[in-house]
Design a protein around this ligand. Structure first.
Ligand code: AOF
Ligand code: ZN
Length: 360
């Protein structure tokens, strides 16, 4: 009995293992779309015997990696998964069957999969096989991890974050502040995290280079160039080499140079933000960063559309320790913006304060 009590005291809580799942899942940040990020841990008698995460769409799911790692130790063990195990044949076979075949005793799940093909069917299948199932451990944490995936499942559109820079006196700046410095800055991390970054075509005529993430091994975002009232677009050749892919969205056929297999162009009949997002969602993008880098042109129209049609989910504002900037921008003032946001967080990076929040 004494030994039992000792073991119980040493045993970690479910939350501990679920947080480990989330940590593992994040190793594939920016790489899994249109799939979610998922982590899995197999625990036997208080010890982790298997770990895995989903690296990329088309590759095996987190559970498969963790079960392979655990081998025969998975029998009678508890599996922790940050997302409900799938019960369908997609690009890969169902994880429920893998867990059942491995004879795990219990499955602890962070959140139900909002994908209508799964939506609690995975839970049911495991229960029917006699496995003990718990749902909702560290649920908020697991939902935050996949906020973009969840949003796309519900709306078929990517999750959109509006980013801009402000001076100390609350005016708009069209450049990035010191908080966006190459390594360790918030901007490079965002570029790693988002599936796409949207900028306006007008910017490219001004020696603007396509922004890139400097994080180790980062999967670069798709550079989405919005070309309105432009007949010819010249992309910065040096940027194309380092960018992953460029997608030009235009109202009519335009000439894009230089030609490259990394550059694609598409004509959309309607160029409002809603149509653009519908299109990007259908292409499997879960998240898009709308980067405010100039005070006129196509970007201003998109911002107006976004506020009118409620298409923004999140805002990231960099407050720089400089004075000046523009007054007549299309964006609300800092105070007005803050009134519409919830769940704020602020962090300082170098000489900038980065404030983020969600639209209610
Ligand atoms: C899991 N574990 O690690 C992931 C899941 O085309 P597939 O086979 O990759 O299936 C994609 C769907 O599976 C995806 O939309 C989501 O519902 C689920 N993702 N499920 O059990 C995982 N990545
Ligand atoms: Zn699966």
């Amino acid at each position: 009995k004494w030994r039992h009590q000792m073991l119980a005291a040493l045993e970690k809580e479910d939350g501990f293992y679920m947080r480990r799942c989330v940590e593992l899942a994040k190793r594939a940040v920016g790489c899994t779309s249109p799939n979610p990020m998922v982590g899995c841990v197999i625990v036997k008698e208080g010890e982790i015997v298997g770990e895995g995460f989903h690296p990329k769409a088309g590759q095996p799911h987190a559970e498969v990696f963790a079960l392979t790692h655990a081998g025969s130790m998975a029998e009678n063990a508890t599996a922790y998964v940050s997302l409900e195990p799938c019960n369908h044949y997609g690009r890969t076979p169902p994880c429920t069957e893998a867990l059942i075949n491995a004879k795990v005793k219990k499955v602890i799940i962070g959140m139900v999969d909002p994908n209508p093909i799964v939506a609690s069917k995975g839970v049911r299948r495991l229960q029917e096989a006699g496995i003990d199932v718990v749902v909702g451990v560290e649920e908020m944490f697991c939902k935050k991890l996949n906020e973009a995936y969840i949003h796309r499942m519900h709306t078929l559109k990517p999750f959109v974050t509006l980013r801009y820079t402000l001076s100390m006196d609350g005016r708009m700046l069209t450049y990035l502040g010191k908080g966006a410095d190459e390594s360790g800055g918030y901007y490079s991390k965002m570029l790693q995290e988002y599936d796409g970054i949207m900028i306006s075509g007008e910017l490219l005529s001004r020696n603007f280079t396509l922004p890139l993430s400097f994080e180790d091994g980062a999967n670069q975002p798709l550079h989405i160039i919005i070309a309105r009232n432009i007949n010819k677009l010249h992309l910065p050749a040096s940027s194309i080499e380092s960018a992953s892919h460029v997608l030009v969205i235009a109202e009519n056929d335009i000439c894009v140079e230089p030609k490259s297999e990394r550059v694609a162009a598409v004509v959309l009949e309607s160029m409002n933000l809603k149509s653009i997002l519908d299109y990007l969602g259908s292409r499997g993008l879960c998240s898009v960063l709308l980067d405010f880098r100039e005070n006129h042109g196509a970007i201003v129209e998109l911002i107006k559309d976004g506020f009118r049609d409620g298409l923004f989910q999140k805002v990231v504002m960099e407050l720089c320790s400089v004075f000046g900037g523009d007054n007549d921008a299309s964006l609300p003032s800092f105070g007005e913006m803050m009134k519409n946001l919830k769940d704020f967080q602020s962090r300082s990076y170098n000489e900038s304060l980065v404030v983020e929040g969600y639209f209610s």
